[in-house]
Design a protein around this ligand. Structure first.
Ligand code: SF4
Length: 364
């Protein structure tokens, strides 16, 4: 398949690996922000082929994993309100909240539908005028524009029973929060390609400028990641810290202006709770005043009750990069993809799931 197989070529991989080994002299720690990169790194055994000088850490880039229970509980409470249809992307269903999961309340009679786009949710609202259809808005800068587009469509089509529960997360502010905490010392950051396709490369520049950390924006195939590591090593060995784009086929320095315009038209920044990280200023999006009639939190009286975290689960520490799944006593024993306890095992992009499925340190 053109443009896929080229980025999985073993010949190209061997050349890049050899170059990285020749170049890398300085001990360095790189974090891959994004869960998509974590999966590629584990699936293709990239950690194992890198030189001992390089340490790889997984970061907070899985939107399902970083959704705090306080927000998840709101979605579950909403689902239990009569005549509400919840629409969501698949990964959210199994994530355990404080008391239950969307899947469990669905089994008890709540109307929860998996959709593939916000337009499916919007059409569902139009077809069910006596119900209220709520779309669970989870995701990074990548999903916010399509949700903004659905709001504008709803306005144009005068659909008044469509709502958004906005739990968006913005990536650059959380990286700043992690770096400011000083808990993790990083030398390089593999920046997310899909988020950067929307926001461009400029919003990452503070990382290189203020923290002296090298940044490269990467695609999601193994050759993309190896090329990104090669570019990071080149920066480290030449004493540079700047933002470079390895994923040129997807990312323009200025981002996607149309998508950014849609986001700015409908949303404005607000603080957000991140699992394991806490409140981060300006790291989420709320509907602007003129679109607040689509805001599920304002339209419904939601009572999620007290919030609890799963006992023994260290997802929060893993998302901050201070621990790995192997530090969790439940990993692979009480917590598996079939019977997940925390979101990092539920999500297909979660670190615990990647460690479990692709084997690093798992002894059954
Ligand atoms: Fe949480 Fe399970 Fe991962 Fe442990 S293995 S941190 S319980 S998701």
């Amino acid at each position: 398949m053109r443009f896929i197989q080229e980025f999985r070529s073993s010949e190209l991989a061997k050349g890049l690996i050899s170059r990285i080994h020749q170049k890398s002299k300085t001990q360095a720690r790189f974090m891959e922000f994004c869960g998509g990169h974590t999966v590629t790194i584990f699936r293709y055994g990239i950690r194992q082929v890198l030189p001992k000088t390089l340490e790889m850490l997984s970061g907070p880039g899985c939107p399902v994993c970083v959704t705090a229970n306080v927000d998840l509980d709101k979605a579950i409470a909403l689902a239990q309100i009569p005549d509400v249809i919840i629409t969501t992307f698949g990964d959210m269903l199994k994530v355990p909240g404080s008391h239950s999961s969307l899947q469990e309340v669905n089994a008890s009679g709540a109307d929860i539908r998996m959709v593939y786009s916000t337009m499916d949710a919007l059409n569902l609202a139009e077809e069910n005028p006596t119900k209220s259809v709520v779309f669970i808005g989870i995701g990074f800068e990548t999903t916010a524009p399509i949700i903004a587009a659905s709001i504008l469509q709803a306005e144009e089509r005068r659909i008044r029973n469509y709502y958004i529960l906005s739990m968006h997360k913005l990536c650059p502010p959380v990286i700043r929060a992690i770096l400011e905490s000083g808990e993790v010392k990083l030398h390089g950051l593999i920046c997310p390609g899909h988020v950067s396709a929307i926001i461009g490369s400029h919003p990452w520049e503070f990382i290189a400028r203020d923290y002296g950390i090298s940044c490269v924006i990467s695609g999601f195939e193994p050759i993309d990641v190896l090329q990104c590591v090669d570019m990071l090593v080149a920066q480290i060995e030449s004493g540079q810290s700047k933002v470079e784009i390895a994923y040129r086929r997807g990312v323009h320095p200025e981002g996607n202006q149309q998508a950014l315009k849609l986001m700015k038209q409908v949303f404005e920044p607000c603080p957000a709770q991140w699992r394991g990280i806490g409140e981060v200023p300006d790291s989420s999006l709320k509907l602007k005043k003129e679109y607040q009639h689509f805001d599920a939190e304002l339209a419904f009286d939601i009572d999620p009750g007290p919030t609890y975290e799963p006992v023994g689960c260290i997802c929060g520490d893993i998302l901050r990069g201070v621990k790995t799944p192997l530090d969790c006593s439940l990993f692979g024993k009480d917590c598996t993809p079939q019977y997940p306890i925390g979101p990092c095992m539920v999500s297909s992009e979660g670190s615990c799931s990647a460690y479990y499925l692709y084997g690093e340190g798992f002894e059954g």
